[in-house]
Write a protein of this length. Structure first.
Length: 101
């Protein structure tokens, strides 16, 4: 019984850490945890469009990025329940940094 509970506990912990970055995670950590699967770890794109230098997102406003991230877009899920305001700001700062802006 005990080992089973332990395994279940670990699974719950693991699934939480996938959907919710640490409170003090950097923008890069948040990106790698939540976004890299679909947009690639270097923002060059994959399942989702590229987000790096020269991409559509590079020419769009912060509000556009916020809207896409918090509401979801097409096949992209909403991250409203995973990110607070400060984390969202750090994430967008990181994306801007990689875009060279
Ligand atoms: C499950 C895959 C997936 C994940 C995870 C994901 N995205 Fe996306 N994202 C997509 C897809 C697919 C689109 C294109 C949506 C459409 O227009 O149909 C997209 C679109 C976008 C757009 C709009 C760009 C454009 O050119 O239309 C932005 C900005 C974006 N994603 C940022 C992020 C960020 C930041 C994260 C992490 C918080 C993230 N995405 C996580 C799949 C994903």
């Amino acid at each position: 019984m005990r080992p089973l509970l332990f395994v279940l506990g670990m699974l719950v912990l693991a699934s939480c850490s996938v959907s919710r970055p640490a409170e003090d995670a950097t923008g890069e950590e948040i990106y790698q945890q939540l976004c890299a699967n679909c947009h690639a770890s270097d923002l060059s794109g994959g399942v989702g469009p590229p987000l790096g230098p020269g991409s559509l997102s590079a020419s769009e406003s912060d509000e556009f990025l916020e809207f896409a991230i918090m509401n979801g877009r097409g096949r992209m899920p909403s991250f409203e329940s995973s990110l607070n305001e400060a984390q969202l700001d750090r994430l967008i700062d990181y994306i801007r940094e990689v875009q060279g802006q």
